[in-house]
Design a protein around this ligand. Structure first.
Ligand SMILES: C[S@@+](CC[C@H](N)C(=O)[O-])C[C@H]1O[C@@H](n2cnc3c(N)ncnc32)[C@H](O)[C@@H]1O
Length: 425
């Protein structure tokens, strides 16, 4: 699609990644208003009204070629809050070596050790560990710290004001180890958490410890990075202040994958999904979900069953599109959660009335089939549901390699400078 002055409702929906129903709601509550196109009198959206959404820019940035960059040096990462390794595998696949990983959960640590016996897994509570041994010895620190509010004493937040939060621990480790770049991964909700003050506080703390945050902080949509799932992750990037090289977020791809690409042999995987254990629905839920077609949800049920199934929620309004939801083969999966059979976030298999199995979950998060998860079935779902999708992490990895390569290239003396030195003899 080329950039133009007016967009139809369906074009605007595609660009923003929303359905036309959502746009109609936004029109009513003033968030994004349509106008009448002067010639046809159709409802359309003006370019200037769409441009304020970051999705507009990234839609027109989309590329067909790969973001792949070859590392010109051996780069290494210290991964905090490592979980079952989604982000770490992506970094490794991109070409960045995992120097060490910290994680408190014993099952997640067992998963990491089982799959990568040579990784340095530091099991334990980050609050009780220091990382000075990695000082000036790693290029990147990454971490998906949970989002917690700060208490505000003064205007500009300093590191000490954040004590007691896990972001404090992330920033402390960055301060101890001094990497060239650090990457914080979080949920989109961090943007609006405490009216934006939490994120503002994090930016000011990173500034205090010698890091500039790349602005604006962006939320990346996994579907734009070879992941068959509508998951979003906020990616906070900060660069050490003595470095004068720019960081660029990875470019989104044009191709979007769907559930079929995740579970069947095709472009993403070279075989059908392996068989594995999985959760089951109780009988009453199966009876209800049996009536829902692929891509359907509670509104597709007969009215009396809707009321009975939804109970109070039926009268509360709002879309609740996650309730009694069955995914279709030809759409990306909705965001997976830590447990596959929650009422608000059901993601039923398209043909069978059951939640996705463990291996199906892992495929939707783009984990390789060889990556085994340790612990009970529910521990395994939790580890997978918590992860950064591997393919998204790999693309972030490429963007870091590009940045680190550029630092090195910028530092090298230019040929002309060398010639000048010789000619002064
Ligand atoms: C969102 S998950 C990280 C997922 C991981 N980045 C991935 O891609 O698989 C957050 C992790 O932080 C861990 N965690 C929470 N509190 C911790 C602490 N005090 N010390 C170390 N790890 C902690 C949790 O056990 C959880 O695995």
């Amino acid at each position: 699609m080329v950039i133009k002055e007016f967009y139809s409702v369906s074009e605007a929906a595609e660009i923003l990644g929303k359905n036309p129903e959502t746009l109609r709601r936004w029109d009513n509550d003033g968030k994004l208003q349509a106008v009448r196109e002067p010639m046809s009198n159709y409802r359309v959206y003006k370019k200037e009204n769409l441009e304020i959404f970051p999705e507009f820019k990234s839609y027109f940035e989309r590329i067909d070629e790969s973001n792949y960059v070859e590392p010109i040096n051996n780069y290494s990462v210290l991964e905090l809050f490592a979980g079952a390794g989604g982000l770490a595998i992506g970094m490794e696949e991109a070409g960045i070596k995992c120097k060490a990983l910290n994680e408190i959960d014993k099952w997640a640590c067992q998963t990491l050790r089982k799959n990568r016996p040579n990784w340095n897994v530091l099991e334990g509570d980050i609050r009780e560990m220091d990382f000075y041994e990695f000082k000036d010895n790693i290029d990147v620190v990454t971490g998906g710290f949970p989002c917690q509010a700060f208490s505000y004493a003064g205007k500009k937040l300093g590191l000490e004001d954040a004590r007691g939060t896990l972001f404090y621990e992330f920033a402390r480790v960055v301060k101890e180890t001094k990497p060239k770049i650090c990457i914080g991964e979080n949920v989109r909700g961090l943007l609006s958490h405490d009216n934006g003050k939490t994120l503002e506080g994090m930016i000011s703390i990173l500034d205090e410890i010698g890091y500039n945050v790349v602005s604006p902080v962006r939320v990346l949509k996994a579907i734009n990075y070879n992941v068959p799932q509508k998951r979003e992750r906020l990616i906070l990037v900060a660069i050490r202040k003595d470095i004068n090289t720019e960081y660029e977020y990875p470019k989104p791809y044009s191709e979007i994958y769907n559930l079929k690409d995740a579970l069947k042999k095709g472009k993403l995987f070279d075989s059908n999904v392996p068989k594995s254990k999985g959760a089951k629905y109780p009988q009453h839920k199966m009876d209800v979900l049996d009536l829902v077609p692929p891509k359907g949800y509670w509104r597709d049920l007969p009215l009396d069953i809707q009321k009975e199934y939804m109970q109070k929620s039926f009268f509360l309004g709002g879309g609740k599109t996650g309730m009694a939801r069955r995914i279709g083969w030809d759409e990306p999966c909705l965001t997976l959660t830590c447990s596959p059979a929650q009422k608000q976030t059901e993601r039923c298999h398209p043909e069978e009335t059951r939640p996705f199995t463990v291996r199906e979950y892992a495929r939707i998060q783009t984990f390789p089939d060889e990556w085994k998860f340790e612990g009970s079935v529910s521990q395994q779902y939790k580890q997978i549901g918590n992860a950064v999708p591997v393919n998204l992490a790999k693309e972030i990895g490429y963007s870091i390699i590009k940045f680190l390569n550029n630092i090195q290239l910028n530092e090298k003396p230019k040929i002309n400078d060398e010639i000048e030195v010789i000619s002064t003899f």
